[in-house]
Ligand binder design. Structure first.
Ligand code: ADP
Ligand code: ZN
Length: 758
């Protein structure tokens, strides 16, 4: 071996060959420094070779070994390589994102050699590092005059030596920051921004629990999977269990089996911040030997977990999407909980699907893969009916409670009560009499309710009733949402903010009217209607990071009577006090220009309905909708997954949408509309000119403006290509190569097996 192929973090789908210097031994997975365009960069050895590739004139030498041990074990490296190829993403970037940051020693070595300024920029990407501002070192002798607020703040910092801004905000309100700055300007204290460890999961000690005896359906499922585990035969399983059927208990048992065999395990969840309970249940069963890879972790903690897993000190990891790349030794089982959830698909950069890759990784390592859901994706259930996944069902709830009854209310037949005042399209339209009555009863009984509305903000759109113009984002082709407590309009795509206009910008008329309803307004309306009820809101405006857990905690402690929220409230929360679930507008997600709109609607509705009646008291669910006959809504109201699946599958077959045939999406954007269009048409030609095979030809849809035609001041075009896997891959590769060659000021991406249609 005298040469190595090295993956370098550059946006190119290739590796680079280097000579191995005398006396250095390298193997795949090693992190090395290599010269690259007069710089030195850190890369990973992908393969070793005896000769340089043909036609290469001058081969440079590896400059140094950065870490003694290979960062990636061989099997993980090969898996990542295959994943990068499948999704047509540069392997160097994939490895950089998956790897821990360079240790400080190695970093210094690179710097001392005079290369690589700003290595920070190419190290492993921090996942949601939390930065926090601290005030410290307050001066005792104050000779200048201070305001009351300044004095109070300073006194606190003097007393404590160091106080975090978050805490000061809680005590003194949002102006704490400017007060601090004023004190700093007077040299009375210092400010420093630091990374902090925010660990909502590992902070608290957890009592170990005793597993309950399993129900027969659970026992059967565990036995089937344990058998595959013992035989080391691998295999994929679809665990289809209604909400509250005890799927988690099954995961816990199978993982325990794996651990008894000395094998590792991985649990993937959609959003770990939304499921703190789940992580707690794992800790209660397995103690502290778990790497909990959540987004609130600082880079250092994440890297620490990574290295402990790599060394085999920890064998069980729980985390969101990217935890799939955790280096777990002798992996025995991968669980993908809520496998239908869209968050398993990464929508930028390396556009992978963690559920699909989980099946691949498990297959490569003879591990079993469990996909669990009450509402499996059409793709997964189809695989199960075709025999490519073993279907295991938990048809009943694990507790004594049955699934709640669902009542559907046709919004076309409801008019706001005569006493309703307020703006057109406001909350009164959606607070129907049956819903209000149910809420009243629920509150009288001392129970809790969840109201689901998938729109944050106060008013989703403003329209001029004189000329018809909407108030749009100047950078994106979407309407601006009014956020009343913030007193501004916001774009939910680019975060543009503006003052709320009083007159129409187009015609000048004083005729702007609010359209539709957002969670903020619903919360206000409820407080007005039920002044004695404690109402809380869970959406991306109120709940970030640790806040989510705080809201859910208050709910669990019964300090909240009604929870209003977006999709966040539909996730797998186990809240025994909730007896009423109301869906404000069940057909809302049907309007999306997406062939999965029906599927997503069914999943959202079935999931949120499943939050009701998990405790001792029976649950009740109300779906309000303008389309009460829609099959997705009818099936969700009956808790009938298979009826939904059959109808949906028939439609997909007719239209040749996945799982019938594959799909890629190509997106192009440019500052100029004409350029975006031209580039999209050039790229689409690769697909349109591809020769038909015996199994048919590729179908090209578009190019056409994307559903959001303008985003952050760039015009967007999109086309879809559908067809058989083989020819589709060839075309995808040709398009990707054309993109690599450069498109001027246009940008483009290929999305393999796309989820988002936007
Ligand atoms: P899922 O993951 O399917 O939503 P969970 O595993 O969270 O369901 O189970 C729902 C509830 O039922 C939990 O409170 C859990 O403790 C309980 N449970 C699960 N399995 C059993 C069992 N075999 N016996 C008694 N209770 C169970
Ligand atoms: Zn915008």
């Amino acid at each position: 071996m005298s040469f190595v192929d090295v993956a370098i973090p550059v946006p190119l789908r290739r590796t680079f060959t280097y000579r191995v210097p005398e006396g250095m031994t390298l193997q795949p997975g090693h992190r090395v420094a290599v010269p690259f365009h007069r710089r030195k960069v850190a890369g990973f050895v992908i393969a070793t070779r005896d000769t340089a590739p043909e036609g290469v004139q001058r081969v440079l030498s590896v400059a140094g070994l950065l870490e003694e041990e290979p960062v990636f074990p061989a099997d993980l490296l090969a898996f990542l390589d295959e994943a990068a190829r499948y999704y047509l993403h540069p392997i160097g970037e994939v490895l950089r994102a998956a790897a821990p940051a360079l240790p400080t020693g190695a970093l210094r070595k690179l710097r001392d050699d005079g290369f690589l300024e700003g290595e920070e920029r190419i190290r492993g990407r921090a996942i949601g590092t939390v930065r926090e501002l601290f005030a410290f070192g307050a001066v005792r002798e104050v000779t200048v005059r201070l305001g009351a607020r300044q004095r109070a703040l300073l006194a606190l910092v003097q007393e404590r030596g160091e106080v975090a801004l978050t805490e000061l905000r809680e005590l003194h309100g949002p102006s704490a920051r400017s007060t601090l700055k004023a004190l700093q300007a007077k040299a009375l204290l210092s400010l420093e921004e630091r990374e902090v460890q925010r660990d909502p999961f590992l902070g608290k000690p957890v009592d170990r629990d005793v597993p309950p005896p399993l129900h027969p359906a659970q026992t059967l499922a565990v036995a089937r999977m344990a058998e595959a585990l013992h035989a080391r035969s691998g295999g994929g399983f679809l665990l289809h269990g209604v909400t509250g059927s005890g799927k988690t208990e099954v995961y816990l048992h199978v993982i325990e089996e794996a651990q008894k065999l000395g094998r590792g395990a991985l649990l993937l969840v959609p959003e770990i911040a939304l499921t703190p309970q789940l992580a707690q249940r794992f800790r209660a069963r397995f103690g502290d030997g778990i790497a909990v890879l959540h987004s609130a972790l600082g880079e250092r903690e994440r890297d620490d977990f990574w290295r402990r897993l790599r060394r085999g000190e920890l064998r069980l990891a729980v985390g969101a999407r990217s935890a799939l790349f955790a280096p777990i030794e002798d992996l025995g089982v991968i669980v993908v909980d809520e496998e239908h959830d869209g968050s398993f698909k990464q929508e930028e950069g390396f556009r992978y699907h963690a559920r699909d890759l989980a099946l691949l990784r498990a297959h490569r390592q003879n591990a079993i893969c469990i996909l669990g859901s009450a509402t499996p994706s059409v793709e997964s259930f189809h695989r199960a009916t075709e025999g490519n996944l073993t279907l295991l069902s938990l048809p009943e709830r694990a507790t004594t409670q049955r699934l709640p009854d669902v009542e559907t209310i046709d919004l076309k037949r409801w008019r706001p009560a005569s006493d309703a005042t307020g703006p057109r399209g406001g909350a009164s339209l959606f607070l129907t009499a049956p819903l209000l009555r149910a809420l009243g009863e629920c509150l009288t009984n001392g129970d809790q309710a969840i109201l689901f509305l998938n729109r944050r903000g106060f008013v989703p759109a403003l329209r001029c009733f004189a000329c018809g113009a909407g108030v749009e984002c100047p950078l994106c082709s979407v309407t601006l949402t009014e956020h009343r407590s913030a007193g501004e309009l916001r774009c939910h795509y680019c975060d543009y903010r503006a003052a709320v206009p009083t007159v129409c910008k187009t015609c000048g008329a004083d005729a702007l009217e609010p359209l539709g309803l957002g969670t903020e307004q619903l919360e206000h309306a409820l407080i007005e209607r039920f002044p004695e009820a404690r109402v809380a809101r869970l959406d991306r405006d109120t709940a970030t990071g640790k806040n989510v857990e705080a809201v859910l905690d208050r709910l669990r402690r019964r300090e909240v009577d009604v929870l209003v929220g977006t999709q966040m409230v539909t996730k797998g929360h186990d809240l025994p006090g909730v007896t009423l679930v109301g869906v404000m507008l069940a057909d809302q997600s049907l309007a999306f220009p997406d062939f999965r709109a029906g599927e997503r609607t069914f999943q959202l509705l079935a999931q949120v309905a499943g939050r009701a009646g998990r405790g001792e008291r029976e649950g009740r669910v109300i779906f309000q909708t303008f389309q009460p006959e829609h099959p997705a809504i009818v099936a969700a109201a009956r808790h009938d997954y298979e009826a939904f699946f059959r109808a949906e599958l028939a439609e997909r077959r007719d239209l040749e949408y996945p799982p019938f045939g594959r799909m890629i999406a190509v997106r192009v954007d440019a500052p100029d509309e004409v350029v975006a269009k031209r580039v999209a048409e050039e790229l689409a030609r690769f697909a349109k000119s591809h020769p038909a095979t015996a199994r048919g030809e590729l179908k090209v849809q578009g190019p056409a403006p994307a559903p959001i035609a303008r985003l952050r001041a760039r015009f967007r075009q999109r086309f879809l290509v559908r067809g058989e896997r083989g020819p589709l891959r060839q075309v995808a590769a040709r398009i990707a190569n054309a993109i690599d060659e450069g498109l001027g000021n246009a940008r483009a991406s290929v999305d393999v097996d796309p989820v988002s249609m936007l």
